[in-house]
Ligand binder design. Sequence first.
Ligand SMILES: CC(=O)SCCNC(=O)CCNC(=O)[C@H](O)C(C)(C)COP(=O)(O)OP(=O)(O)OC[C@H]1O[C@@H](n2cnc3c(N)ncnc32)[C@H](O)[C@@H]1OP(=O)(O)O
Length: 149
Amino acid sequence: MAETFKIRKLEISDKRKGFIELLGQLTVTGSVTDEEFDRRFEEIRSYGDDHVICVIEEETSGKIAATGSVMIEKKFLRNCGKAGHIEDVVVDSRFRGKQLGKKVVEFLMDHCKSMGCYKVILDCSVENKVFYEKCGMSNKSIQMSKYFD
Ligand SMILES: CC(=O)SCCNC(=O)CCNC(=O)[C@H](O)C(C)(C)COP(=O)(O)OP(=O)(O)OC[C@H]1O[C@@H](n2cnc3c(N)ncnc32)[C@H](O)[C@@H]1OP(=O)(O)O
């Protein structure tokens, strides 16, 4: 059957559509219960346009095929400017190479533009550098991190 894709914001029913399993293709998710998911969903929803999670649903199967999120940081510099931070971009391995990742990033960038951000930034592995270049980004600096126990 033909695949049809719809891009939209995350909905509370998306846990049943494989959203957490999809994130598991990016990194460790732990076992998120329905209650934990609902609580976190409501918390994120309360941030309104300052924290948006985008998904692409494959409508024939009703499964979430791709996702990505963006947070809007409010600054004092640049005349109290705003910066977008893209995180957690992942496309289901069955659907990679169909421009879905690019569509997710474009959706998130459009959101940043509509929010008046002067820039959008993200961290990624060397393997994903070309993908983000194809999304219109360029390498700016190095990534630093510290994971807490
Ligand atoms: C900020 C973060 O979240 S970083 C984490 C990124 N996510 C991951 O690493 C999770 C595992 N990987 C994935 O989910 C996917 O491979 C993604 C998200 C990196 C790419 O998603 P896809 O849907 O497969 O990419 P998409 O089809 O939109 O590719 C767009 C373009 O980038 C190119 N591209 C995609 N991935 C790569 C890659 N790893 N290396 C080189 N080019 C690539 C494609 O060939 C395509 O080029 P074209 O427009 O000239 O045809």
